[in-house]
Ligand binder design. Structure first.
Ligand code: PLP
Length: 450
């Protein structure tokens, strides 16, 4: 891959201007929100595009078409500006009753926690545990909740569609404790099979852990229904919301889960920050995951007084800038016209499905219908490996992902061991999907026309 140097310079210069603009407009965004409903206007689409400086570059002499959003998204200038502002003015090791900067850092950190609690409709900000991302959140629950509770003969119920980060932590803790991991099947398009859930749930099931949206199939599983059935059977439930939180409104109270985890970097926030939400009574009942400063008072040779709920899991100096950046991402997302966002994603989904399913030799792995789906499309192309597909697209400035997508069991369920994946976000344009389809047609038909 070659980055065009002129594109790089433009991006950096524009970043400065966009960041300044974003600082000035932070807080005014909700009022500036378009009053229109339904499909976004041309202006709205152009603004979503302009808000993301990294999109404004060429790769291999072509305008970048960034279609790798399920792996990580780009950041709007408002998020970059919030990070810059924090480090320029407020950076300190946070403390509620210390010097001015420490107090400011503390207030920003806690205000970010409140913003994230609102984003997922948590009853209490003390249920919001800051983690590095989905992977760390799941490991935390596996270590601090499952390890001391699992007994030989207990069962953990996952699905065959889980990402490695929602598979390996459970397998390891189950092996250690003599418990068994069972896997729910999915249908041929990757939807969790509720009939299999009923068959496999039993009084031995201690936990059901599943992805709200698979990072391969893009289908939105009926999470509230799965939670209700699991809880009726007496099991706890963890939702891996890494791929749903960026696209679907999350309400932990109406979902009825016990834990829910997601990563900031997949929804416009910084890397290295994410959220584990847990029911307060469960968090209170769990032992610490890591120990050190900030999660206990009166630490002495023989005693300590642990913090309560989520705060018990915040050992060491926190990632304040990460939390501030994620709160800015949430503010950005919430300040957009929600029906325009929804309608744009629905249009991208419908259009991409039409284009991709029309390409001879391309097999889509996931539902062919746009219903209950996010714009994430995995596929294989006859006679071309996913790595070849990726290289062919990269040479045309189109960024996708290829490989086992950290979901080998699901790929095997589909009869393959690797796939290519194109994934969209609010800034994706229909013309980029046209370019994707044209480039894929060229690969399969030997000509680059739509
Ligand atoms: C469904 C799902 N779960 C978990 C993860 C792990 O997320 P992270 O690497 O941010 O911890 C991912 C990342 O791709 C994912 O798609």
């Amino acid at each position: 891959m070659r980055f065009d140097s002129r594109g790089g310079e433009i991006t950096r210069r524009e970043l400065g201007q966009a960041a300044l603009g974003a600082v000035l407009s932070i807080g005014t965004r909700p009022e500036a929100r378009s009053a229109s409903t339904g499909a976004p206007g041309v202006d709205e689409l152009a603004r979503w595009r302009a808000d993301f400086p990294a999109l404004n570059q060429t790769v291999n002499d072509q305008p970048l078409a960034y279609l790798d959003n399920a792996a990580t998204t780009q950041r709007p200038a408002a998020v970059l500006a919030a990070l810059l502002e924090y480090y320029r003015h407020d950076n300190a090791n946070p403390g509620a009753a210390l010097h001015a900067l420490a107090r400011r850092a503390y207030e920003q950190y806690e205000s970010a926690r409140r913003a994230l609690a609102v984003f997922i409709n948590a009853a209490d900000p003390d249920e919001v545990v800051w983690v590095r991302g989905t992977t760390e959140g799941i490991n935390l629950v596996a270590s601090a909740w499952a390890r001391p509770r699992l007994r030989p003969g207990d069962e953990l119920l996952l699905t065959v569609a889980e990402h490695a980060s929602n598979l390996l932590p459970w397998r390891l803790v189950a092996e250690e404790r003599g418990a068994t991991v069972r896997y729910l099947d999915v249908d041929d398009e990757g939807r969790v099979r509720l009939d299999d859930l009923d068959r496999k749930l039993s009084e031995r099931t201690r936990l059901v852990s599943f992805s709200h949206v698979s990072n391969v199939a893009g289908y939105i599983n009926p999470a509230a229904e799965i939670c209700a059935r699991a809880r009726r059977a007496g099991a706890r439930v963890l939702i891996d919301a890494a791929q749903s939180a960026p696209h679907v409104p999350i309400d932990v109270q109406s979902l009825g889960c016990d834990f829910l985890v997601f990563s900031g970097h997949k929804m416009l926030g910084p890397m290295g920050v994410g959220v584990l939400w847990g029911r307060r009574e469960l968090l209170e009942d769990m032992s610490p995951y890591q120990a050190g400063s900030n999660m206990a008072h009166e630490v002495d040779f023989a005693s300590q007084d642990f913090e309560h709920a989520a705060r018990k899991f915040g050992a060491g100096t926190p990632n304040v800038s990460g939390s501030v950046g994620l709160a800015a991402a949430v503010q950005y997302l919430r300040s957009q016209n929600q029906s325009a966002l929804e309608s744009h994603e629905a249009k991208l989904t419908q259009y991409a499905l039409e284009q991709l399913t029309d390409i001879r030799g391309l097999r889509l792995l996931g539902p062919r219908s746009a219903a209950n789906r996010v714009p994430v499309f995995s596929f294989v192309v006859a006679a071309h490996s996913p790595a070849e597909v990726l290289q062919h697209l990269d040479a045309r400035g189109i960024a996708i992902r290829a490989g086992d997508l950290a979901a080998l069991p699901l790929l095997k369920r589909f009869g393959v061991t690797a796939a290519a994946r194109a994934s969209c976000y609010l800034y994706t344009q229909i013309t980029e999907l046209d370019r994707l389809a044209a480039a894929l047609r060229q690969l399969t038909h030997g000509k680059e026309s739509t």
